[in-house]
Design a protein around this ligand. Sequence first.
Ligand code: HEM
Length: 522
Amino acid sequence: MAKLAVITLAAVASAYAAKSFFPDLSPFFLSLPLLVLLPFALFSGSGSYTPPGPVSFPIFGNWLQVGNDLNHRNLVDMAKKYGNVFLLRLGARNLVVVSDPKLATEVLHTQGVEFGSRPRNVVWDIFTDNGKDMVFTEYGDHWRKMRRIMTLPFFTNKVVQQYREMWEEEMDMVVRDLRGDRVAQTEGVVVRRRLQLMLYNVMYRMMFDARFESISDPLFQQATRFNSERSRLAQSFEYNYGDFIPILRPFLKGYLNKCRDLQSRRLAFFNDNYVEKRRKLMAARDGKRLRCAMDYILEAEMNGEISSDNVIYIVENINVAAIETTLWSMEWAIAELVNHPNAQQRLRKELWDVLGDEPLTETNLQRLPYLQAVAKETLRLHSPIPLLVPHMNLEEAKLGGYDIPKRTKVIVNAWWLGNNPEWWHKPEEFRPERFLDEEKEVEAVVGGKVDFRFLPFGVGRRSCPGIILALPLLSLIVGKLVKDLEMVPPPGVDKIDVTEKGGQFSLQIANHSTIAFHPIAP
Ligand code: HEM
């Protein structure tokens, strides 16, 4: 009824405006807005009981009211107005936003199958070739097969044990480089670049048995350029209007062509420099002696389980899902430890008390509760994927008593679950202690007890399989840096800038931090 009233008012207001500009307009033209809007008001929703949300208009839906920038904080403001589950009609797309742990349990766990698909938009269609990958594919046989094939070479404890020494070696090199770098000790350095090299080496050694010599290695420069541009184009909000409103799509032509062009050059880069090389090695060895993840993936291709397109999209997914997210979390952790010297000091004390001269390794992470608390607190306050990767229901479904139209994009605002003052004490503070005191039951471990307020990796069928790598990688590098180096702001700076930059579902530090590193004796 309220909707009918608002739409009638809108129609009357437009007729009134038209009359004042064109006093001679015939009554037929004056009544046009009402004729167009009334059927919509009467028949939209077609009897179903959809979640609350702002009144929507034909063609544009709520886009005129909410705009393009649907970041996690804007969605919190809307949740305060419309409730813990609300619906936005964004042109041709429906978006439901969930901001409550119980409803999150429904979407991710209880109705994990119903909401286990992924929506794509016009840009993600291009970057995944309509779902030939794993991350953006619908729930079903293809997803199951891709997830199974990727699990063995990437996501098991055996893989962690196989590679942990290599991780430690790459990280020790970072610490050695910073300890020997005079600029890092005086003016400070943008640490992201060195960490990026480390993470590319970790992931490319696991994936292809290949590594980059230095930041100036031309292949490293190309790989990072391709991936950053891919992230920028996919995560931007600026193309939303053309995705939501089909009649505006022609205006996106240039943007979409840019995406297509980048993607074809990027995939050719992965294929020519890495995949083909492993394919030749596999052929020469007759498929025996599998050495790295790609060998297992190519074996699945040779067995006819997946196509060569699927192979390249696994490479694409790892480049995006594994490297960037983990790098963002490292940048956030370092920035917060610099801004909270007491936390940094407490962590250093724990590391020296527990380990003494022993090096920090993956095997002794369990003995370092404060280090684990620092990792959790970083992921709570600055979840790299604050809205999870969007979910979707293939068929009409029920959620919180409401009808959810089929193929609705369903977003769980995981950042808000971890930062709502109703559920957390002073959530805006970076205070790792909370995970040793009042929140000591909250786990962030593979197979741990799930607390639906804390979901930086999601949970359930579509949860992050990379958690088994990401948590030790984050804890190890932070621990190694803090044990051997005092991290401080560069001269003349009081606090590191922790302004956020949100994307379609990403959360990064807006300005990559410059940090000074003072070696700790010996
Ligand atoms: C700090 C680092 C990371 C964070 C915060 C993170 C977070 C997430 C989140 C929130 C999701 C979506 C969950 C959902 O939609 O319910 C996801 C999915 C995924 N992540 Fe991660 N991730 C990280 C690192 C990694 C790593 C290191 C890898 C691989 C080596 C990885 C591979 C994936 C894949 C393949 C998916 C898609 C799963 C599917 O759709 O079935 N992630 N991640």
